[in-house]
Design a protein around this ligand. Structure first.
Ligand SMILES: CC(C)(COP(=O)(O)OP(=O)(O)OC[C@H]1O[C@@H](n2cnc3c(N)ncnc32)[C@H](O)[C@@H]1OP(=O)(O)O)[C@@H](O)C(=O)NCCC(=O)NCCS
Length: 380
């Protein structure tokens, strides 16, 4: 903090600036560890459903059985989209990609909802839960509508992850696919003050409402520097094609200073703990599908990247192989991230609201001053 007469330092991109205390998640980039509310991500990913982890993020404690059952039921009950929203989605289905449709629909859901603009802590919590419940429905509906198919209504017998897969295809998914999807949602649910979460908190800091905050979150996540890397990984794996091309591909890329997608991280300077968990899931799924090609390529990339650059895979690398093994279309990679991250966004929105101070950084003006004003008709 600058002294009274001292000018504040410049931090482009807010790099290295700490703007709040948080009890939501700890990203320990040096040790390669991630905690949600103090729990190790590995324990949560192995043992919890996305619903359980969402409860943890929103209510700041793990639920007991009764609390979890009630929360699961609430999410199931609030999955459906009003008819006027589905009608509206049909009108833009062909003209938008899924992230554009998600951004527009999250905002539109305020229409006809008398509570949408209320902003007490409890209203924010309730509106947040309603939106988390609806994210998968919006993504699945849009995906089908865009292909000219009819929507598949949510299945009240299925949990969050299973129902999402069901709404995409109309088929009840197998247990292993559900587990993989659930784990992927848990691993993407929260990651401290990343760009979209920061945007959510800026929105809430003006005392704007939860629909506006999550619309901001989706809009920011849409950018390729944030949510788009998993898709890029699959493009790269397809380009590499076979394990025998992998070593040369990486060496050539490094020689040309081209990025290897799904590698490196701004915070983790060691192996991303989420990637470690997902690597096992990607291996298991690939084995079951009798297609180890991408895992063999992955082994070679890890070997070369660790030796040549001391850089390791991030969460997007192995989630892209998981999505491929689950038969999910590439276009859904970023929307799936948004579905998962909606719970972290709501947790941060609540935390911001609880201890609010308007977020308003400064800039350093470097333009001219005292220019002579020239009336419009006298300008060259
Ligand atoms: C995520 C990312 C932006 C982090 O970047 P960063 O912390 O700013 O890292 P730096 O740009 O300081 O990189 C340090 C060095 O590693 C190299 N590097 C970093 N990520 C690399 C990658 N994926 N492939 C090849 N080289 C990489 C940089 O070129 C740089 O090399 P140099 O010192 O010879 O110039 C970067 O690793 C990246 O673009 N990765 C690929 C995209 C991706 O997977 N994004 C999802 C992140 S979850």
């Amino acid at each position: 903090m600058a002294g009274k007469n001292e000018k504040p330092g410049l931090s482009v991109g807010l790099a290295g600036v700490v703007i709040a205390e948080s009890t939501i998640s700890l990203v320990d980039g040096e040790a390669g560890k991630l905690y949600y509310r103090g729990y190790r991500i590995e324990d949560l990913a192995q043992n919890c459903s996305f619903e359980e982890v969402t409860y943890l993020l929103l209510y700041e404690k793990l639920p007991n059985r009764k609390e979890l059952d009630a929360f699961v039921n609430e999410l199931r009950r609030r999955r459906t989209l009003p008819d006027h929203i589905v009608k509206m989605m049909k009108s833009y289905a062909k003209h938008m990609n899924t992230m554009e449709a998600l951004r527009t629909t999250v905002s539109a859901l305020a229409a006809g909802d008398p509570d949408a603009s209320k902003v007490s802590y409890e209203d924010n919590l309730q509106n947040g839960i309603g939106l988390i419940a609806k994210f998968p429905t919006i993504v699945a509906y849009h995906h089908r509508l865009k292909q000219g198919k009819s929507v598949v209504q949510p299945n009240s017998k299925l949990g969050f992850a299973a129902n999402f897969l069901y709404m995409l295809t109309g088929k009840v998914p197998d247990e292993m696919s559900v587990r993989a999807m659930d784990m992927d949602f848990v691993l993407h649910a929260e990651h401290s003050f990343n760009a979209s979460t920061f945007g959510v908190r800026v929105t809430v800091s003006t005392l704007s409402d939860m629909h506006s905050a999550l619309t901001t979150g989706v809009g920011i996540l849409k950018g390729p520097l944030h949510g788009g890397a998993a898709q890029e990984v699959m493009h790269m794996l397809r380009e590499i094609k076979t394990p025998k091309n992998a070593r040369k591909y990486v060496m050539d890329a490094l020689a040309k200073h081209t990025l290897i997608m799904g590698y490196g991280h701004r915070v983790y300077k060691v192996y991303d703990p989420r990637a470690r968990v997902l690597k096992k899931t990607a291996t298991d799924l690939s084995r079951i599908k009798h297609n180890m090609k991408y895992m063999q390529i992955a082994d070679i990339l890890e070997d070369v990247m660790s030796r040549e650059k001391n850089i390791y895979p991030n969460v997007d690398f192995y989630s892209s192989i998981v999505y491929h093994a689950l038969g999910l279309p590439l276009e859904l990679d970023t929307p799936i991230f948004a579905i998962a991250r909606s719970s972290g966004w709501v947790a941060h929105a609540l935390a911001q609201y609880k201890n609010n101070k308007l977020i308003r950084p400064l800039d350093r003006y470097v333009g001219p001053i005292d220019l002579k004003f020239v009336p419009i008709d006298m300008r060259p």
